[in-house]
Design a protein around this ligand. Structure first.
Ligand code: PEP
Length: 246
C-alpha cells in the first residue's frame, strides 16, 4: 500500500471543551457538511459529550473517538473510562499517549502501550501519539526520541487496520509554532521505518497548530496521512477548511 491508498484522516481533539448545546451544534455542523472529502473526519469530544454527539453523528460519515482510555476493561478505577465503554458509547477510535496526558499524568510509553492494547481488544482504532520536546529538538534528538517512544508505545497487536500514529511535536501543540516541512517529512519517514512490514499501510498524522492557512502545506507531503487538530477543531468552519485542504 502506498500514500495513494492510505486514506487521509483529519481528527479533531476537543480536549476539555464543550457542553451539550455547543458540542452538539458543532457536531451537527460537521455532520451536515458535504460528504465528498478526500479524508475521513473524526471528532474526539470530552467523555460527557460522547453519547449526545454519537446521536448527532448517527448516519453521517463523521467518526467518533475518545480522548483516552484505561488499560483495563472494567474495575475499581474511579474517574476512568475503559476502551470497552468507549466502543459501547459509539466510538471507533481513541487517542492514546497524547503529550498532555504524558506530561500531566506521567504516562510512560509502557502505559500508552497497555492502553493501545486495550483499545485493540475493544475493537477500537488507537491513535498513538509521540513527539519531542523543544529541548529534545534543540539537542538534535527529535528523531531518536520519537522513534524510541513509538517502538515502546506499540503493542504486539498493532496492525494498520487498528492503529494510527500521530507525530505531535510537544512544542508545536497550542503554540502556533510549526516545524519546517522538511522536519515533518524526516520524522514521518523515521517513524514509518520503525513500523517495518506495517509501515506502508499505516497512517501517520501530523499534529501541532494545524490551522486552515497552513493545512495544505502540512498535508502535502506523501508521508503525511492527515492531521490531529486541537484548537482549530472547535470551529466547524476551521475544521472543515482543514479537511478541505486534505
Ligand atoms: C493537539 O492537542 O493534539 C493539538 C494538535 O493541538 P493544537 O492543534 O491546538 O496545536
Amino acid at each position: 500500500m502506498s500514500a495513494a491508498t492510505r486514506r487521509l484522516l483529519i481528527a479533531g481533539n476537543w480536549k476539555m471543551n464543550g457542553h451539550a448545546a455547543d458540542g452538539c451544534a458543532l457536531a451537527r455542523s460537521l455532520a451536515a457538511a458535504p460528504e465528498d472529502w478526500a479524508a475521513t473526519l473524526l471528532i474526539c469530544p470530552p467523555a460527557t459529550l460522547l453519547a449526545p454527539v454519537a446521536s448527532v453523528l448517527a448516519g453521517s460519515p463523521v467518526a467518533l473517538g475518545g480522548q483516552d482510555c484505561h488499560a483495563e476493561a472494567a474495575g475499581a478505577h474511579t474517574g476512568d473510562i475503559s476502551a470497552d465503554m468507549l466502543a459501547d458509547a459509539g466510538c471507533t477510535h481513541v487517542i492514546t499517549g497524547h503529550s498532555e496526558r504524558r506530561a500531566a499524568y506521567s504516562e510512560s510509553d509502557a502505559v500508552v502501550r497497555a492502553k493501545a492494547a486495550a483499545a485493540h481488544r475493544a475493537g477500537l482504532i488507537a491513535i498513538v501519539c509521540v513527539g519531542e520536546t523543544a529541548a529534545e529538538r534543540d539537542a538534535g534528538k527529535a528523531e531518536a526520541v520519537v522513534t524510541a517512544s513509538l517502538r515502546a508505545s506499540l503493542p504486539d497487536s498493532t496492525r494498520p487496520e487498528n492503529t494510527v500514529i500521530a507525530y505531535e511535536p510537544v512544542w508545536a501543540i497550542g503554540t502556533g509554532r510549526l516545524p519546517i516541512i522538511d522536519e515533518v517529512i524526516a520524522v514521518h519517514a523515521a517513524l514509518r521505518a520503525v513500523l517495518g512490514e506495517h509501515g506502508a499501510a499505516m497512517r501517520i498524522l501530523y499534529g501541532g497548530s494545524v490551522k486552515p492557512d497552513n493545512a495544505a502545506a502540512l498535508l502535502a507531503p506523501p508521508d503525511v496521512d492527515g492531521a490531529l487538530v486541537g484548537g482549530a477543531s472547535l470551529s466547524a468552519a476551521d475544521f472543515l477548511a482543514i479537511a478541505g485542504a486534505a
